[in-house]
Design a protein around this ligand. Structure first.
Ligand code: G4P
Length: 283
């Protein structure tokens, strides 16, 4: 399996981020709790150096909680503030306000020494496509928050959302494009839907997911689709198609439809809470 990538996008997105980063005190980086390292773009460490850093393990509801906790430990040891959240349902979002103050305490202290009191922390949300940036911003800002409009010294057109008297958020998130050389990283990003399905063959991707599931979560597919485990992932995909009545005209098995169904069930959490990578692999 081979992935193609588009460095043109990356360059533009990176430039925009470098421009915006000058305006902010805190980088709030969303990662996908199921693949916390593969869903990071390593450039952010360079772009965000000298800024306070907060990592959010988003979609924590889709990942195994024991691994969420292990990943929180992993990032804390690297010096990040970390919170696990479910932006869709709002879980963990409230606790972020106090974590932001803690993460920015050096800046607040610096301000205080210079006689600047109560200047809000300015934050920007960043992350790869589909990681949940917009959902998170909506969950954090709620409906009641007013946009503050342009301010002197801020690039024209930039909007800030005042979350409370202590925090302002840049309303446009920074999009980081996933970056990888390792094909297994690309595969995990494809599983979670961060790489568009069009550049990968759906059945091939589903077959890889079946192999992963059989290795790390044996029994899950069998139970969900009422099939038996098969050595050959394509045979198992056909069994899933059969069990779910994915049929073409003439009652021929529609493995493409079954592949889409399987990927959709996985992405929607209907195969249970699953974690695809573990801290010991990257330590
Ligand atoms: P982006 O701005 O980073 O591109 O991501 P966006 O907020 O659009 O979220 C992408 C998808 O991820 C959305 O699903 C959103 O609902 C879902 N999502 C975001 N945060 C969470 C979370 O913490 N848990 C879960 N389970 N899902 C989350 P969608 O299918 O595209 O839209 P929708 O049908 O949910 O509205």
């Amino acid at each position: 399996m081979h992935f193609q990538w588009y460095p043109g996008h990356m360059t533009k997105a990176k430039r925009m981020m470098q421009e915006n980063i000058k305006l902010i005190d805190l980088v709030i980086e969303l990662v996908d709790a199921r693949v916390p390292v593969s869903s990071r773009n390593p450039d952010i460490d360079e772009i965000g150096k000298n800024k306070a850093r907060l990592i959010l393990l988003n979609k924590a509801d889709l990942a195994e909680d024991r691994w969420n906790d292990a990943w929180m430990e992993y990032f804390r040891e690297k010096g990040f503030s970390v919170v696990k959240v479910n932006s869709k349902k709002g879980g963990g979002v409230k606790s972020i306000h106090s974590v932001i103050q803690e993460a920015c305490k050096e800046k607040i202290e610096r301000d205080r020494k210079r006689g600047i009191l109560n200047r809000p922390v300015r934050a920007m949300v960043v992350g790869i496509p589909n990681v949940g940036k917009s959902t998170f911003i909506n969950a954090l800002a709620g409906k009641s928050c007013a946009k503050t409009g342009n301010k002197p010294g801020v690039t024209k057109g930039k909007q800030w959302i005042r979350l409370n008297k202590n925090v302002e958020l840049l309303d446009t998130p920074g999009i980081l494009w996933p970056k990888f050389e390792d094909q297994s990283v690309g595969l995990k990003l494809a599983f979670i839907g961060s790489i568009k399905d069009e550049i990968l063959q759906t059945e091939e991707l589903a077959a890889e997911l079946i192999k992963f599931m059989n290795q790390f979560y044996p029994g899950v597919l069998e139970e969900k689709y009422n099939v038996t485990s098969e050595e050959d992932a394509y045979v198992m995909l056909r069994a899933i198609a059969d069990s779910r009545h994915c049929l073409l005209k003439g009652n021929e098995i529609d493995t493409e439809k079954a592949a889409a169904l399987l990927l959709d069930d996985f992405r929607g959490g209907r195969l249970g809470r699953l974690t695809l990578e573990y801290p010991q692999e990257v330590c």
